[in-house]
Design a protein around this ligand. Sequence first.
Ligand code: ATP
Ligand code: MN
Length: 477
Amino acid sequence: MKRTKIKALLNETTFGKEVTVMGWVKTFRNNQFIAINDGSSIQNIQAVVDFNHFEEALLKRLTTGAAIAVTGDLVESLGKGQSIEIKVKSLEILGDSDAEKFPLQPKKHSLEFLREIAHLRFRTNTFNAVFKVRHALAFAVHQFFNERGFTYLHTPIITASDAEGAGEMFKVTTLDFDNTPRNDDGTINFKEDFFGKATNLTVSGQLEGELAALALGDIYTFGPTFRAENSNTTRHLAEFWMIEPEMAFYDLENNMDLAEDLLKYVIRYALDQCAVELDFLKSRLEEEEKQKPQNERSELDLLSKLKFCLENDFERITYTEAIDILKQSKPNQKKQFKYLIESWGADLQSEHERYLVEKHFKKPVILTDYPKEIKAFYMRQNEDGKTVRAMDILFPGIGEIVGGSQREERLEKIEQRMAEMHIPAEEMSWYLDTRRFGSAPHAGFGLGFERLVLFVTGMTNIRDVIPFPRTPKNAEF
Ligand code: ATP
Ligand code: MN
């Protein structure tokens, strides 16, 4: 089989040569004009058939969704909307598509409807664009780290450590539920299980990442993570992809610089490589926003928002400063927040994060030095005894996109914090060994890949930026 991809043809300027294109019929108009898409671009190519030269029975099979191969000469198009078209000499149906039953008609479908037919939604322009951008971002992530000499580390997906995600983990077992082996006290005897102990799907590769960073220097992971949190929001998935760099000899400042550089680098890459897709997604968002009341629409269009992000330094403030701003904010004074900010120590909800980013600073914000009570045991403790060297990056429309910290490298300090938080140090001795043998300052963060794709594509629901979303009560396809 030999074919030319449509994307390559659309840039062609020499006419007259014979080409073969294979793709799916988008529309067939006036018994003459076939719009063909092969996925290489969201743009179609027009193929023109002279209906006098083809069997009517064959032309009838040119229905939306059918897969076809056409061979013909590339000619200059006289019609509006394209500069090039194919004058068809031969036409073959590769796979019929029953027009009565094919769910994607050449009209606008709601994203909700498309989610129900996620196996077919790749055929739409919107999802073509989204997944092209997703690919570009993934590629850019690897390129960014590769250029900086980081090692791509594959951390395990099945893990026996549950220090981080108590209650949020999916269990991995081969035990027979109808006949579970029990201990004398009635609890399940995991010694009989596949691994001889209780295991889960990972919520983060960080702890293993630290082990490698304290030998290889700079590492990053990029893999699936799983959270059994029952949060049915537009920003949470039960299965999502996370990028987790971990660097030896880094403090929080270095960590913030790297995260900001990474975000700007991958956004710039997408702007450079996905101009057609982002332009389409910009218009899509504009259409969607027309449904909203004026005051809820965004001030910037998608492309301006992305460029704005590149051109401005992220605002860096401490949690304590953020609390002061929030306390004095209008929605807090007027009791418009669902969770009012009353005192220092409160965990920030997404409404607060979005207020800081979208209303107050109007740009990405990095919040640092959170109260230790609301952060994990491994974050480096500050001299004040109250806060830790944490950083969260907040993005407009998204809220938290990155969570990270400088890690606690002092053995006594981390052991003391683990004891306070009832984390069994014996089970974590492999992790603590890094602090026993040549401990060093180090830092890292986790970037939620789908939240990044959400931001760059301007989609509004995280279910629409991963091919097959897993959410509570939903694991279709
Ligand atoms: P949130 O408060 O938004 O639930 P988190 O504090 O649980 O986030 P972390 O544990 O710090 O998040 O995870 C690191 C990053 O992974 C987050 O900044 C976010 O980008 C992403 N992330 C976390 N949970 C999810 C999820 N359920 N679905 C998609 N991305 C997620
Ligand atoms: Mn969470």
